[in-house]
Design a protein around this ligand. Structure first.
Ligand SMILES: [Zn+2]
Length: 259
C-alpha cells in the first residue's frame, strides 16, 4: 500500500492514468463502496484517494464477475470431471468386458481342445477295444471243421500245452462259463460284432458269466477236460449266440486277420 501511494505521488504519468480511470467509478459509486477494507485503507492516504475510489469499484465488479466465472468454471470443471470419470468408468467397464470376453474365448478354446482330446482318446480306446487277437499265441491245428467218422466236428482243434493262457479275441461279454460233459470247462463269449466263440476242454476258467472282456484278456487256460484226447483248445464259432449254428472258424479267422 505504501509503495502504491509513493508511486502515485511522484510519477506524474502514472498518476494521470489513475485519475482518468478513476472518474467513472467515482460517479457511479460513493457510500456503499467505502466500508470495504480496500477503500478504508486508501482513505487514510490522501494522495492515493483517486486510486482508492477506483480500486474497490473495479474490484467489486470483477469480484462478482469472478465469482460468476468461478462458479461457471467450477461447473465446467465439475462437468469435465464428471465426463472424465464416466469415460474412465466406461473404459474400465470396456476393459473388464473385453477381459471377460477374452477369458470366455480362452475357456471355449480350452474346452474345445479338451473335447477333441477326449474324442481322440475315446476313438483310440474304441479302436483298441475292437481289435482282434488270437485266442492262443501259438497254435498247431490238429483237426479241422467238418464231418469226421460220420459226425460233424463243429470247430477246429488247436494243440497247445496244458496251462497255456487263453485270451478273449476282442471286446465282448461272457455269455457262459462252466463245465459241460462234452466240452469240459467251456467259456462262451459274444463279441461286439455279433460273433460268438466257444472255448472247450479248458483246464481252468478265469471269468464269470456277464463279465465284460477286452481283446487279450485272459479267460482261462488250455486243458484236456471233457471228451478230449490230449491238451488242446476246441475253438468253435457260432453264427449267432441264440441259434447255435456252428460256422467254419478258418474263414472267420481269415476275415478277422487272425489266420
Ligand atoms: Zn474239437
Amino acid at each position: 500500500m505504501s509503495s502504491r501511494s509513493y508511486t502515485g505521488r511522484h510519477y506524474a504519468g502514472r498518476h494521470r492514468v489513475q485519475q482518468r480511470r478513476a472518474r467513472l467509478p467515482r460517479a457511479l459509486s460513493s457510500g456503499f463502496v467505502l466500508p470495504t477494507a480496500a477503500a478504508g485503507a486508501l482513505v487514510v492516504t490522501a494522495a492515493g484517494a483517486t486510486m482508492a475510489e477506483s480500486a474497490p469499484q473495479s474490484f467489486d465488479l470483477t469480484g462478482r464477475q469472478t465469482a460468476m466465472v468461478r462458479t461457471q468454471e467450477a461447473a465446467d470443471e465439475q462437468a469435465a470431471s464428471d465426463i472424465a470419470t464416466r469415460r474412465q468408468d466406461a473404459n474400465i467397464e470396456a476393459a473388464a468386458f473385453q477381459g471377460r470376453a477374452e477369458e470366455k474365448a480362452r475357456a471355449a478354446r480350452a474346452a474345445r481342445r479338451e473335447a477333441r482330446a477326449r474324442a481322440a482318446a475315446e476313438a483310440e480306446a474304441e479302436r483298441l477295444a475292437k481289435k482282434w487277437v488270437r485266442p492262443v499265441d501259438v497254435w498247431n491245428v490238429t483237426s479241422g471243421f467238418g464231418y469226421r467218422w460220420g459226425r460233424l466236428h463243429a470247430g477246429i482243434d488247436l494243440a497247445a500245452a496244458t496251462g497255456t493262457p487263453l485270451h478273449a479275441m476282442s471286446k465282448g461279454t461272457v455269455l457262459s462259463a462252466g463245465y459241460t460233459s462234452g466240452f469240459g470247462y467251456k467259456v462262451e463269449i459274444l463279441y461286439w460284432d455279433g460273433s460268438t466263440s466257444w472255448y472247450g476242454h479248458m483246464s481252468r476258467i478265469d471269468v464269470v458269466a456277464g463279465q465284460e472282456v477286452l481283446p487279450g484278456d485272459q479267460v482261462g487256460l488250455v486243458g484236456n477236460t471233457g471228451h478230449s484226447f490230449g491238451p488242446h483248445l476246441h475253438l468253435q464259432m457260432q453264427s449267432a449266440p441264440e441259434d447255435g449254428t456252428p460256422i467254419d472258424p478258418v474263414p472267420w479267422l481269415q476275415d478277422h486277420g487272425l489266420w
